[in-house]
Design a protein. Structure first.
Length: 123
């Protein structure tokens, strides 16, 4: 596993939103999807409100890699399934960062959304 450098970790982790492009089987990138991103420890995470049935999440399953853009950083990434032991820290990060959107943030804190938690790793 490759680690984020401190500058990119901070820039992406504090960005309000992230654009994610997953790779198709032929290596081309799908259209970007804008979503929330959180930092927990020295890792970055995203989740699908629709869980594993969400279209953008299903797109990450093809090659498990793609590209992100957030906070002035563009990076090629690998999408790694987060372990259930990581969910509590990711939940806390979502609550802290996006808690002001009370009625919306709850949608990324459901069991359905947790099942789609992806750790973004630079490649």
């Amino acid at each position: 596993m490759t680690a984020w450098n401190d500058s990119d970790l901070t820039s992406i982790g504090t960005a309000e939103e992230l654009d994610l492009e997953s790779e198709r089987a032929d290596g081309s990138l799908r259209a970007p999807v804008t979503m929330w991103v959180v930092q927990a420890g020295d890792q970055l995470y995203v989740r699908s409100v629709k869980g594993v049935d969400g279209p953008w999440y299903r797109g990450t399953r093809t090659r498990h890699q793609g590209r992100i853009a957030a906070g002035g950083v563009r990076a090629d990434v690998t999408f790694q399934d987060a372990e259930p032991g990581e969910y509590a820290d990711v939940d806390a990060a979502y609550r802290q960062k996006y808690g002001r959107y009370t009625s919306i943030v709850e949608h990324v804190l459901t069991d359905r959304a947790r099942a789609s938690t992806l750790r973004l790793e630079p490649r």
